[in-house]
Design a protein around this ligand. Sequence first.
Ligand code: AMP
Length: 433
Amino acid sequence: MSIRFQAPRGTRDLLPRDAALWAGIEATARSVFAASGYGEIRTPILEETELFAKGVGESSDIVGKEMYSFPDKSGRSLTLRPENTAGVCRAFIENGMSQYPKPVRLFYIGPQFRYEKPQKGRYRQFHQIGAEYFGSRDPEADVEVLAMLFRFVQRLGLERFSIAINTVGDSDSRSAYRTKLVEYLEPRRGDLSEESQRRLETNPLRILDSKSSKDRHVLAGAPSLADSLNAESKWHFNAVCSFLAALKIPFQVEPRLVRGLDYYTHTVFELTSSSLGAQDAFCGGGAYEDLVARLGGPPTYGVGFAVGLERIASLVPESMAKKLIGTGPLRVSAVGSASRRGEDRQIRAQFLVALETLRSKGIHVVERKRLFPGNPFAAAILGDTSDLEVILGDDELATETICIREVSTGEKHVLSYQDALDFIHSKHDKEDG
Ligand code: AMP
């Protein structure tokens, strides 16, 4: 029996057309983040397991149930990173960046791994684009990060999405609320969903964003997080909201938003789109004032976000996706002697030399073979077809020119290589609008 291998459950291959779209989204992120002074950091995909236990928190779903952890050959426990904030904080401390003038602004792009139940929009290997700001506690830090995120999402042309924000307050407010919430829920434990009963011990704040109707019923009378905020936490959040309004960034305050990771304090936020279905969040983030210290660094206020690439890619409108992917290479037809492969090796060699010369001058070309025209597999690999095609015949080969045909009008232009490059650029710029 022959063996058929499959990609591991919850992982998938990214084929050239999607990979081109992702590269376009990543390039957009790089340019948007550079405009705010963010530098890229690439941390290892593997970290010591303990980093996540300490950083993300033992009580989070991620650390509790979803990590790919294993002993390496020397018996050290390593984990495929389930998120990148802990790793970036570790690198920030380890590389002495905590001594740099503040703020320190970093962004990352890469794969993350969580052992979750795969479903639409939820994978075991998924990818995030994220940013982290390290400085002192200042509402403007939260606003800078949110404004940059908003600019990124706008540059990608996303149409229907919402930004929900909330505050969980500083550590004091957060733990004061935790106590109140547990006092309220404990006598009503039996009315909660199983999941929430478990969370009552491990991570009671998470019960707030439960979707179960049983839980929602119990929560209707629960003390509100807002009432537990101390003056400093309220001031911070009000400042964030008023700056966001001044920047005309649309947002809703969502009092039940708490987010799954243990490290958040102060502002938390989530971007959702109804076009995504059940897994409707495509970005999550927030501030964390204890994380760097918890990992052994000096007390440092951090704030950041992570965008899910799979999800945001599915939200990029088709016209923008086309722009990001770009047109594929021009299809070249050999005519005359050069088309008769295998007969005249010398003319065929001349044809191959012409193709390489065109490529080295920046003109992207592939020979049209039986695959074309209009073969969907060709588009999947090469990208969209241009309105221009190239004809190389004996005359063109002899004079080092190319004949460019506009498919829609049938008009032909015989041009030197340099003029051809300018012509193609001007036409493609026009096609991209
Ligand atoms: P989190 O790190 O849980 O705050 O997630 C941030 C973003 O990453 C989410 O809004 C999703 O877009 C994306 N994400 C998280 N988990 C997954 C997953 N298992 N599969 C695909 N995307 C994910």
